[in-house]
Design a protein around this ligand. Structure first.
Ligand SMILES: O=C(O)[C@H](O)[C@@H](O)[C@H](O)[C@H](O)COP(=O)(O)O
Length: 254
């Protein structure tokens, strides 16, 4: 597992635009090296802002988007198309503008999906997504969880990443898999999330975080807090862990 490399930018806009630039470079490089590329998207303000930056980048078409596999690290368990869904926000910010292959875009099940597709029950949705991941792993490398090229994550002021919150059932779920999250402190309360152990299958994990509200937990994670207290601390890539921060979020790092 890699240790975090920290890159500090002046503000949220420059953080989002650097993250976008790096994502384009990383996906194009993965395609050159392996023919395929995969990315795990996140919700949250800066996660969606960076997708808008990819959409408007002059370098956008250096990636063969039709060959990119798109996943989500967590999702709000609400109906398809609901504006609260991370996938709906990502489609609006970027995905609808790209020539993606729909068969390679893997949203987590919405709450109103048919039962066999994971609707109605977040535990069922988690099981369905675990199957999606294991069949993708057969194509992309990996066992039950693919070796994603880049996993993007935001974080909360209490240290959550994905929908894995401090001292919650999800942070105590140590197996690499997908879990239902109930009573989530950040609304909406019902979600589906990769576990930290699943996220650690990614080659590169990028934490993109801005604002002084994140400074304290980022410093605690950097100083070696337990992942059960500060889940950010447990988010690592097999090859690289990159923290793309602004000055405010990095303000408590020594
Ligand atoms: O569903 C979600 O809300 C996210 O996936 C969550 O993990 C988010 O990325 C962070 O809470 C950061 O959100 P902000 O960038 O809006 O602070």
């Amino acid at each position: 597992m890699s240790s975090p490399e920290v890159v500090v930018h002046p503000d949220t806009d420059t953080t989002a635009s650097d993250a976008a630039d790096r994502l384009i470079t990383a996906l194009a490089a993965a395609q050159a090296a392996r023919g395929a590329a995969s990315v795990v998207l996140t919700g949250g303000g800066v996660g969606i802002a960076m997708l808008r930056e990819v959409a408007s980048s002059p370098r956008r078409d250096t990636v063969d988007w039709g060959a990119v596999e798109v996943f989500w690290g967590d999702e709000r368990f609400v109906p398809a198309g609901d504006a609260e869904r991370n996938d709906a926000q990502a489609r609006e910010a970027l995905l609808d503008a790209l020539p993606l292959d729909p068969a390679r875009v893997h949203p987590m099940p919405p709450s109103d999906a048919p039962e066999e597709a994971g609707g109605g029950d977040p535990d069922l949705a988690a099981d369905v997504y675990a199957k999606t991941l294991s069949s993708a792993a057969a194509r992309l490398g990996g066992d039950a969880i693919p070796a994603f090229d880049v996993l993007l994550a935001g974080c909360g002021p209490e240290g959550h990443v994905l929908s894995v919150f401090p001292d919650s059932p999800a942070v105590h779920a140590t197996a690499a898999g997908v879990v239902a999250v109930r009573d989530c402190p950040k609304p909406p309360p019902t979600r589906v999330s990769l576990t930290l152990a699943a996220a650690r299958h990614a080659r590169e994990v990028w934490l993109v975080a801005t604002g002084e509200g994140k400074a304290e937990v980022i410093a605690r994670a950097h100083a070696g807090a337990a992942e059960t207290d500060v889940p950010i601390a447990g988010l690592r890539g097999t090859e690289r862990t990159l923290w793309l921060l602004d000055e405010a979020a990095a303000g408590d790092l020594t």
